[in-house]
Design a binder for this molecule. Structure first.
Ligand SMILES: C[S@@+](CC[C@H](N)C(=O)[O-])C[C@H]1O[C@@H](n2cnc3c(N)ncnc32)[C@H](O)[C@@H]1O
Ligand code: SF4
Length: 389
């Protein structure tokens, strides 16, 4: 138990499974997702997932899995029996906690009750739906393949089949007004989900939106409107009992995503599938792992070498403690300064903290945790950079 003894582990362990295929590429998305018009040989890919799992299991013996997340891409394009095979393999390699959270991301177009029952039977107990908007025109502009009616239907099906569900919306979209977002968000809240992920649209390099934006063809909200949209989002969700536990994630108490909390609380996780990232503690050292992004190349490498690993970096204490800050300060619960000390070997600089407190950007909680205040969240990157120096 070198990891626990070193103080670098916090007992959290999860598994991320990346499914890198989508029915179409959305113009704003820079995630590792690929369209394969002719379909894929799913049995071939299934074998690769199982083989890569075995590889990572050999590096992380004795762990108890608290959460599993099928992300993408569009994992709801995966056959339920593939999901089942992966979950069975995980159960064979590690102990799965009795109350483990097992989430699958789904796009409303691929939601059919029958298929969803298959995932449920395979062991999935939570679904995260990519609704993105409850308005037809923005859905089209975002390149989404579903309609508002399909999105609402999918939410209903998910709610009837799974114990827990969430859905995502993207706001601060081109030409969106405060009034538009207010009515859309109110409708979303009215749909009764216990968890909502509400992301401000970001323009990512290498996407079609990036080119359109640079050609002046996307009228994005200015800084003031973005700030107002963010504030409105916090106010409406808070009033509805869905306050933010992380910058973009809102839930009723107890309904937070345990898998995402594991990332932000800086736990340990295995990442399998093309382009997946992981953080593993091996002999008291944190390793940052990443796999080959191109699905076919990834599968070939797995067949040849047992894993698609292309990166396996041993993090220095400084890198590790910086990551801990970057992740933890996104949370409303903040970070434990003592854990920072354990990871970095030194205390956080009091002078910096005092200055940020005077500006109202950070505060101490009664349990001793340090957190970024709602006023500090819009300037989070600067706050983290200040504390990390
Ligand atoms: C990569 S997607 C995977 C889930 C699924 N394929 C989907 O599109 O719904 C995860 C989430 O990231 C968010 N997202 C992706 N690109 C974004 C961007 N450029 N700006 C804001 N949110 C984005 C979307 O809300 C999406 O639901
Ligand atoms: S469906 Fe999701 S993962 Fe696929 S391209 Fe669109 S946003 Fe990206």
């Amino acid at each position: 138990m070198a990891n626990l003894a070193s103080g670098r582990a916090n007992g959290l362990f999860g598994i991320y499974v990346h499914w890198p295929f989508c029915a179409a590429k959305c113009p704003y998305c820079d995630f590792n997702s690929h369209v394969r018009q002719g379909g894929i040989d799913e049995a071939y890919f299934r074998d690769a997932y199982l083989q890569e799992l075995a590889h990572f299991a050999s590096l992380t013996p004795g762990r108890t899995v608290q959460s599993i997340f099928f992300g993408g891409g569009t994992p709801s394009l995966m056959e339920p029996r593939t999901t089942e095979a992966i979950l069975d393999a995980i159960a064979g390699h590690w102990t799965i906690a009795a109350d483990a959270e097992i989430t699958l991301e789904a796009n409303p177009t691929s939601v059919e009750a029958e298929r969803f029952r298959g995932y449920r039977q395979a062991g999935v107990n939570r679904v995260s739906l990519g609704v993105q908007s409850l308005r037809e025109e923005p859905l089209k502009r975002l390149g989404r393949l579903h309609s508002v009616t399909e999105a609402r239907l999918a939410v209903g099906i998910a709610q009837s089949i799974f114990e827990r569900m969430s859905f995502d919306l993207i706001y601060a979209r081109p030409e969106q007004t405060l009034k538009d977002w207010q009515s859309e968000l109110q409708e979303a809240i009215g749909m009764g989900s216990e968890h909502l992920s509400l992301y401000q649209l970001t323009i990512e390099q290498g996407t079609r939106y990036f080119d359109l934006f640079n050609q002046g063809k996307l009228l994005m909200p200015d800084a003031d409107l973005s700030a107002d949209l963010y504030r409105l989002t916090q106010d409406l969700t808070e009033a509805a009992g869905l306050s933010a536990y992380e910058i973009s994630n809102h839930a009723r108490a107890g309904e937070e995503s345990r898998h995402n909390l594991l990332y932000w609380r800086y736990g340990e996780y295995v990442g399998i599938g093309a382009g997946a990232h992981g953080r593993l503690l091996i002999d008291g050292v944190r390793h940052a792992t990443a796999t080959e992004r191109l699905p076919e190349k990834w599968a070939e490498q797995v067949a040849a070498k047992g894993s698609g690993l292309v990166t396996d970096d041993r993090l220095t204490w400084e890198e590790e403690s910086d990551e801990f800050l970057v992740m933890g300060l996104r949370l409303r619960e903040g970070i434990d300064p003592k854990r920072y000390e354990t990871l970095s070997g030194h205390v956080l600089q009091q002078k910096q903290i005092d200055e940020l407190r005077a500006l109202g950007f950070v505060e101490y909680l009664r349990n001793g945790n340090l957190r970024v205040t709602p006023e500090g969240w819009p300037v989070l990157d600067a706050v983290v950079a200040d504390l990390a120096t």
